[in-house]
Design a protein around this ligand. Structure first.
Ligand SMILES: [Mg+2]
Length: 280
């Protein structure tokens, strides 16, 4: 699909479906295909902007009680130093903590963002305008917190450029953002070869599994301590392969293909056209 420009989400969906079918024909789990060496991966959770710091602290406490081992705070101008300091004060310097700005700042905020350095964060994700590698490189020169790029990286070539100009020291690997698992593996390999950490997928080659197991987002359902159900690609009625958090970790699916099955009625609802493909 290299000849098709853009449309990464659509390409990722199609490629994943074909890859799933092919791997099922071999009886091979996606994790094996990707070179997975782990049975489970530690899970983090992303905590959104809250009306008050007190509510944020309550939420973080709840997630930690459920077993999450890493916390990501969403930040924006007006909601950055104070909540980060409060979480550090309350839960200690050892808590793996990171922030995601979702492009909310400009380079003029560099000195302000530098004040986050004192909190020992794992990373700051997408602080500046999307796709502006130059600005991120300028920012990285001025702050010690590692910059992590997410939306700005569309493929392995972008990733190589970003790393070469020191626009990021951590790479967020998401198959859907880069057009599928095959390009995601190349993104990982470029980052790994340059000593750059991979966020989100957290050692994704080892995490390697269905996309859901890579996500750090909380699930709106399931509240029992230590067992948070994630939204799976299968319906509650039919699923036996849903991801369940155990001791802060997610198991790597080991059934053939991507490890989860689509829900036929949901697929039908969104189907515009149908072609049958045969893997030979
Ligand atoms: Mg992000």
């Amino acid at each position: 699909m290299a000849g098709i420009k853009g449309h990464e989400l659509a390409k990722a969906a199609l490629e994943t479906a074909v890859l799933d079918a092919e791997l099922r024909s071999y009886g091979m789990p996606l994790a094996t295909y990707l070179g997975s060496v782990r049975e489970r991966v530690p899970a983090g959770v992303s905590v959104g902007i809250r009306p008050t710091v007190a509510e944020l602290l309550d939420d973080v406490e709840g997630y930690l009680a459920e077993g999450y081992v890493r916390i990501k705070l969403k930040i924006e101008p007006g909601w950055d130093l104070e909540p980060v300091r409060a979480v550090r004060d309350r839960f200690g310097a050892d808590l793996p903590l990171q922030v995601d700005a979702n492009t909310a700042y400009t380079l003029a905020d560099a000195e302000h963002l530098r004040r986050l350095d004192e909190f020992g964060l794992l990373l700051i994700e997408e602080p500046l305008a999307e796709n502006n590698l130059y600005a991120h490189a300028r920012l990285q020169q001025r702050i010690a917190t590692p910059v992590c790029l997410d939306e700005s990286l569309h493929n392995a070539a972008d990733t190589a450029s970003a790393i070469a100009m020191d626009a990021c020291r951590v790479v967020n690997v998401k198959p859907a953002r880069v057009g599928g698992y095959l390009e995601a593996r190349r993104v990982h390999d470029v980052a790994y070869a340059h000593g750059c950490r991979c966020g989100a997928a957290a050692c994704w080659r080892r995490a390697s599994a269905a996309p859901r197991t890579w996500r750090w987002r909380p699930c709106p359902a399931a509240r029992s301590p230590g067992t948070r159900r994630l939204p799976a690609a299968t319906s509650p009625r039919t699923s036996r392969s849903r991801c369940v958090l155990v001791d802060g970790h997610l198991p790597v699916p080991r059934s053939p293909g991507i490890g989860v099955a689509p829900v036929p009625e949901t697929l039908r609802r969104f189907t515009k056209d149908r072609r049958d493909l045969y893997v030979t």
